[in-house]
Design a protein around this ligand. Structure first.
Ligand code: TV1
Ligand code: CA
Ligand code: ZN
Length: 393
């Protein structure tokens, strides 16, 4: 019906766990695991499951999580219970252990299950790539890039990306990590600061005093200590409000093109945070579903093992559109997905318009001012090009 068929020649695996979507961060919290339900509903309505291998992912084990996280942190995470925090104290509780229990990273029922399921999907995807059973693995429930070894941060408790990349490193000499979430991928960057086997690249809104997490300046490229092989292996692309599809695509393709040529990764891990889309509740960019998806398309063209993670995304209808479109890019050779939403998609009203590609006017009413000059973008590309002189495969 949708014209989507299983293509010959390569496999796509889809990893999710419906139990993950039942969890709640709290009524007013922007992170809504339910957006995964809406995304899957759109993906299934398009008939895409017939073109992929679908797996219900298991929860990652304690040992798997401990490949990155400290056991102190995991033990605490596994035992803390949600405590009602008095509203006015939410932001000033002075002894938050491991940064848990504040307003960004609240304690909620089933927190440990939620985290281990997110990591389980990512890890299953990575394993499918390693065993060559899959060429592109999709884990929309993952992508929680801020979590540190022993600290929760920015809605992230367990860094499923780091755990998955550690798995990929058992089979691939070099892994390229790319992060198109509107926030800086600080947790992944920090985890691989001292190795030259992972190159991390984050595109993000940068405004150190006004936008989370405040790191990721253009010249933060990894500690330049004397014997650090990881020096120069962190690429940061700091952007301003309102960047458009056209500018983003140009910068993304130019930067990633040069990096792949120089670094020669054996696999690519792409965090597809959908909060970089126009109209996101927390984001500031003017990207459309097409421009966001173009990043996936560009990465796919290298024919390297590719894992796609979710991440941020706080306007569920936009998240569902982006991740459905990107799933279609992963599975389709040349046939394009129908731009009209399937007729009987559940929660049809959530989507407002019946198109997969709403216009900026439909999304925003009036578009956000673009504060990215072409000159600045050229300077960024120039910096990255010079940085790459220190990188060799
Ligand atoms: C509860 C209820 C929590 C309403 C948090 C927005 C809320 C935010 C809330 C919020 C919010 C942030 C900070 C300030 C650090 C704090 C998944 C000193 C309307 C990957 C994480 C953003 C993004 C954290 C995660 C940020 C991801 N912004 N309403 N919190 N403090 N935290 O600024 O990269 O997308 O906003
Ligand atoms: Ca980013
Ligand atoms: Zn984000």
């Amino acid at each position: 019906e949708s014209g989507i068929t299983r293509p010959k020649g390569y496999n796509v695996s889809f990893h999710c766990n419906p139990d993950m979507e039942k969890h709640h961060f709290g009524m007013t919290h922007p992170m809504k695991p339910w957006r995964l339900t809406l995304s899957k509903s759109l993906i299934y309505s398009y008939g895409m499951s017939f073109a992929m291998d679908n797996y219900v992912s298991r929860a990652a084990t304690y040992e798997e999580l401990a490949t990155f996280h400290s056991t102190d942190y995991l033990d605490f995470l596994g035992t803390v219970l949600p405590e009602p925090v008095p509203r006015d104290l939410e932001n000033q509780n002075p002894d938050l252990k491991f940064n848990l229990g504040g307003s960004d990273c609240p304690l909620f029922d089933g927190l440990y299950d939620y985290c281990s399921m997110s990591a389980g999907g990512a890890l299953d995807g990575a394993r499918k790539l390693c065993s060559k059973q899959s060429d592109i693995a999709i884990a929309w429930g993952g992508g929680l890039h801020h979590a540190k070894k022993a600290e929760a941060s920015g809605f992230c408790y367990i860094n499923d990306i780091v755990v998955a990349i550690l798995q990929l490193l058992r089979y691939y000499p070099r892994v390229l990590y790319i992060d198109i979430d509107v926030h800086h991928g600080d947790g992944v960057e920090e985890a691989f600061f001292s190795t030259d086997r992972v190159m991390t690249v984050s595109f993000h809104k940068y405004d150190p005093n006004n936008f989370f997490p405040g790191t990721g300046a253009l010249d933060d490229n990894g500690p330049k200590s004397e014997h650090n092989p990881g020096a120069h292996h962190a690429v940061n692309v700091p952007l301003n409000d309102g960047i458009t599809d056209e500018q983003y695509e140009w910068l993304f393709n130019s930067i990633i093109g040069r990096i792949v040529e120089k670094f020669r990764p054996g696999a690519i891990a792409l965090q597809c945070g959908a909060d970089s889309l126009a109209g996101d509740r927390l984001g500031r960019f003017n990207l459309q579903v097409q421009g966001h998806g173009a990043c996936v398309e560009f990465c796919k063209k290298y024919n390297l093992p590719l894992i796609l993670f979710g991440g941020g995304g706080y306007t569920p209808r936009n998240v569902a559109r982006a991740w459905a479109y990107e799933t279609s890019i992963a599975i389709s050779c040349d046939d394009k997905i129908s731009p009209t939403l399937p007729q009987h998609v559940p929660w049809r009203d959530q989507f407002r318009q019946d198109t997969l590609f709403p216009t900026l006017e439909q999304i925003l009413g009036e578009p956000r001012v673009n504060r990215n000059s072409q000159k600045r973008l050229q300077d960024i590309l120039q910096h990255v090009t010079e940085q790459l002189r220190f990188v060799q495969a």
